[in-house]
Design a protein around this ligand. Structure first.
Ligand code: URP
Ligand code: ZN
Ligand code: ZN
Ligand code: ZN
Length: 490
């Protein structure tokens, strides 16, 4: 056949256009775009009739935690690359970027990269890459940034909190300077670790231990202060930073302000900051532990409104899941790691931080109909591709250039239903979105031209090991000529 697959009669939505045309796929790539009705349907092995459907570049989830060793001392990651990526394709995501966490005891970054690569190899359903998670920015580690680039890794993540990971400001500057010199984008977890540890100790003294006090221990100010500092450090070096998982309107405001002043700061938010509130941490019994993540879900509707606005007005460059899966009932380490035989009440400080969400990210936001569809594609696919050096291989539909990674929705032919954990394909024993109504779910997910998710006909039809490691280029935005800063002085 001339083509492997045709997607016909659909409305194709990219970050830049919405138009009706057919897509012809050959050898895993978008081969041709043609007006509806021209292409011979017999010239393809498979034809998908997308009448009434939205056809979009597949979702790119640039923030997922899979198969991470227990470096922070709490919680076992429930998903490995197989189950986590299976969940991804069931929700329309075709590429994930997971973390390769450096062990603080290592000077080098390479063991992390090698170990994580082995875990993903031959076991992943979707295409993937890694961010290097740096906990020890030793001279050795900094010297390896060039090697990272050679291996197709163009981003690192650093933390301003968590005892095992927190960097001091001078260490952050070391990372940012080297990142600038090597064309790496730095992701920053912005919470003031010293302040929240102090708050946590105060709450513990007063025996305030329930999951809801996790939110009390890290109010918006903790995030806002660290965000301000991260922006200032980024500005000093004049290199692109991305603030991950922003939850606070006050932090978003600082980011917008910096963007307006021309500082290269980008930002990410996540569905938990659009849909969950502090009240979700106050469910009966220990159930609140299911929604413990950092930063925590904020106070209520007003906060959600501001985060939606930030997506609409471009403050948030990307929307990721921060899929960070822990078991609720964990036979080895107790209920969400905090209720054990010797601690029958459980203490919030021992609850591992993070919620699963790689599969629900796109359906939740699509169902809400709050973002114009092109904006939806921008923040869930095109922008993560641009930010992390995957564009236009991913995140676009350019003939001859882009991989045929697609998600196809039939917006008018779905019965609304409520999310239950048994519908999902992760290995976690709960979803924080249990019971929430959705009106949209992807019908097909295609990766490099192959249908891997067919909701009405087999569900997960892809295979673990089909997913490929994708070598990334430098960020579209890191390659912009930034005004000179006297790096030579250092
Ligand atoms: O609570 C969260 N976000 N856990 C995942 C680890 C991180 O900081 O991204
Ligand atoms: Zn036909
Ligand atoms: Zn983080
Ligand atoms: Zn995370």
């Amino acid at each position: 056949s001339a083509y492997d697959c045709l997607i016909v009669n659909g409305t194709v939505v990219t970050a830049s256009d919405t138009a009706c045309y057919d897509i012809a796929i050959k050898d895993g790539k978008v081969a041709l775009l043609a007006p509806t009705g021209i292409l011979d349907h017999n010239a393809a092995k498979r034809v998908i009739d997308a009448e009434g459907a939205y056809v979009m570049p597949g979702g790119i989830d640039a923030h997922v935690h899979l198969a991470e060793p227990q470096l922070f001392g709490k919680g076992r990651t429930a998903d490995d690359f197989t189950t986590g990526s299976r969940s991804a394709i069931g929700g329309g995501t075709t590429t994930i970027i997971a973390f390769a966490p450096q062990d603080k005891r290592d000077e080098s970054l390479l063991p992390a990269l090698e170990e994580t690569s082995l875990k993903a190899l031959n076991s992943t359903y979707c295409d993937y890459s890694f961010h290097l998670l740096i906990s020890n920015p030793s001279p050795v580690a900094l010297d390896e940034f060039t090697l990272l680039r050679d291996r197709g890794i163009s981003s690192v993540k650093i933390y301003m909190t968590y005892e095992a990971l927190q960097l001091r400001d001078n260490q952050i500057l070391d990372v940012l300077l080297r990142a600038r010199q090597t064309g790496i984008t730095t992701m920053i977890h912005a919470e003031n670790g010293d302040v929240l540890a102090w708050m946590t100790a105060k709450l513990e003294e007063q025996n305030l231990l329930a999951p809801k006090y996790h939110a009390t221990s890290r109010p918006q100010l903790v995030e806002t202060e660290a965000t301000n500092r991260a922006i200032a450090l980024g500005q000093l070096i004049n290199t692109p930073i991305l603030i991950v998982h922003v939850s606070s309107p006050s932090a978003a405001e600082l980011i917008r302000n910096a963007q307006t002043r021309g500082i290269p700061v980008y930002a990410e938010t996540c569905p938990q900051y659009l849909f969950l509130t502090r009240d979700d941490l106050d469910k009966p019994g220990f159930e609140g532990a299911k929604c413990v993540c950092s930063p925590p879900p904020r106070e209520g509707k007003q906060d959600h409104e501001q985060i939606w606005k930030g997506l609409q007005n471009g403050t948030f460059t990307i929307l990721s899941s921060d899929h960070c899966p822990f078991f609720y009932d964990d036979s080895e380490i107790g209920k969400k790691g905090a209720i054990t035989e010797d601690a029958p009440v459980g203490r919030f400080k021992y609850i591992p931080n993070g919620c699963p969400g790689v599969e629900t990210r796109l359906p939740l936001v699509m169902s809400e109909k709050r973002l114009p569809v092109q904006k939806f594609v921008e923040v869930t696919s095109a922008n993560p591709a641009k930010l992390y050096g995957l564009y236009p291989k991913k995140g676009a539909l350019i003939p001859g250039v882009s991989d045929a990674d697609l998600v196809i929705w039939y917006p008018d032919s779905m019965q609304p239903f409520s999310i239950t954990n048994d519908l999902l394909h992760h290995n976690v024993d709960y979803t924080p979105f249990e019971g929430r109504m959705v009106s949209q779910w992807p019908r097909y997910t295609l990766i490099r031209g192959e249908v891997v998710w067919d909701r009405d006909n087999g569900g997960i039809v892809g295979k673990p090991g089909y997913g490929q490691f994708i070598k990334r280029e430098r960020s579209v935005w890191a390659s912009a000529e930034l005004p000179a800063w006297n790096v030579e002085d250092f």
